[in-house]
Design a protein around this ligand. Structure first.
Ligand code: BEZ
Ligand code: FE
Length: 292
C-alpha cells in the first residue's frame, strides 16, 4: 500500500497479517486496531500526548519486577482487569473479582473451624458458609484459599513485621460443602501509587484506596475455579474502589455479636473470642466447568 490514509490504515494493517495467523488472533487484532486507530482519529492525539503515554509505559517497565507488576496495576485502575473478570463470569456463579498482586503460593492448611487470627491485633471475625453448585447442591471437599491484610492494611508480603504466611490459609469444605474459620477484620488499603499508575491517579484527582476485603480462590474438580473477594457493607470505600472490584453479590455484613455460645465448640478460637466479635456468612456458587 503506497498511499496509506487515515481511512485505509486499519485495513492495511490487517492485510499485513499472514495466512497462518490464527482466526482468534486475527479477530482480536481486527477489533484492537479498529478501536486504537479510531481513538487516535477521534481525539486528534498529539505527538506530545502520545510521547507522554509511551513515557508512562516505559516507567511501568522500569518499576516492574518479580514483586510488582505496574502493567497489571494499569489494567486494574483502568478497569480492564475487572471487565475481563465480568465478561468471563458465569451468571449462575458467584461473581469473580481481581486476584491482585499479593497472592502467594504455599499457604498452610487450616482445619474446619481453625483460627487464622492467631496473635493478630483486632476483633475476631467468625467466617462461615458453604460451597454449592448453581442448583444448591453442596460441593463436598472443595478447596478454598483465603488471604487478607492485617489490621494495619498490609499483606504479609508487604510487611516485614508479619510472619511469611500470616493471614493466609487453605481450607477444605466439609461433606456438606461447609467451611468455617476465625480471623481478624482486614482494613482498607491503598494500591501502590508511587509509580506511573500513581501519576495517572493523581492527574485525574483519583485516590488509590480499596475497600477492605477477604480474598478467596475456590476450586473443585468439574467446576470453574472462582477467584474473588468479599467486601463489608459498611466500608467507606465500597462505592469507590480504585480497581472496580466490587459487585453486589460480593457484599457481606460483619454482624456484631456478644453471645459466645453461638459459636460451636469445634472452633479452635472459641475460648479466646473478643467481645464483641463479628460473624460473617458467605456462600460461594461454582459453575460447571463445561458451562459455555
Ligand atoms: C488486591 O486486592 O490485593 C489488589 C488488587 C489490585 C491492585 C492492588 C491490590
Ligand atoms: Fe487485596
Amino acid at each position: 500500500m503506497r498511499n496509506v490514509t487515515t481511512e485505509t490504515l486499519t485495513q492495511t494493517f490487517l492485510d499485513y497479517c499472514g495466512p497462518d495467523t490464527s482466526p482468534r488472533l486475527r479477530f482480536l487484532l481486527e477489533h484492537l486496531s479498529n478501536h486504537l486507530h479510531t481513538f487516535v482519529r477521534e481525539t486528534g492525539l498529539t505527538h506530545d500526548e502520545w510521547r507522554k503515554a509511551i513515557e508512562l509505559l516505559t516507567k511501568a517497565g522500569e518499576i516492574t519486577d518479580d514483586e510488582r507488576n505496574e502493567f497489571v496495576l494499569f489494567s486494574d485502575v483502568l478497569g480492564v482487569s475487572s471487565l475481563v473478570d465480568m465478561v468471563n463470569s458465569r451468571p449462575e456463579a458467584t461473581s469473580s473479582s481481581v486476584l491482585g498482586p499479593f497472592h502467594i503460593l504455599g499457604a498452610p492448611d487450616l482445619a474446619f473451624g481453625g483460627d487464622l487470627k492467631q496473635d493478630n491485633e483486632g476483633a475476631t471475625v467468625v467466617v462461615r458458609g458453604a460451597v454449592r453448585d448453581p442448583v444448591g447442591n453442596p460441593i463436598s471437599g472443595a478447596e478454598i484459599e483465603i488471604w487478607q491484610t492485617a489490621d494495619n492494611g498490609l499483606y504479609s508480603n508487604q510487611d516485614p513485621g508479619q510472619p511469611e504466611y500470616n493471614l493466609r490459609a487453605r481450607l477444605q469444605a466439609s461433606h456438606n460443602g461447609g467451611y468455617a474459620f476465625t480471623t481478624v477484620r482486614p482494613a482498607p488499603y491503598t494500591v501502590p501509587d508511587d509509580g506511573p499508575v500513581g501519576e495517572l491517579l493523581h492527574a485525574t484527582g483519583r485516590h488509590p484506596w480499596r475497600p477492605s476485603h477477604l480474598h478467596f480462590i475456590v476450586m473443585a474438580p468439574g467446576y470453574r475455579t472462582l477467584v474473588t473477594e468479599v467486601f463489608p457493607s459498611d466500608d467507606p470505600y465500597l462505592d469507590q474502589d480504585a480497581v472496580f472490584g466490587v459487585r453486589s453479590d460480593l457484599i457481606m455484613d460483619y454482624v456484631e455479636q456478644t453471645d459466645h455460645d453461638l459459636v460451636p465448640d469445634e472452633f479452635e478460637a472459641k475460648s479466646k473470642l473478643t467481645s464483641p466479635y463479628y460473624s460473617v456468612d458467605f456462600d460461594f456458587v461454582l459453575s460447571a466447568e463445561t458451562a459455555e
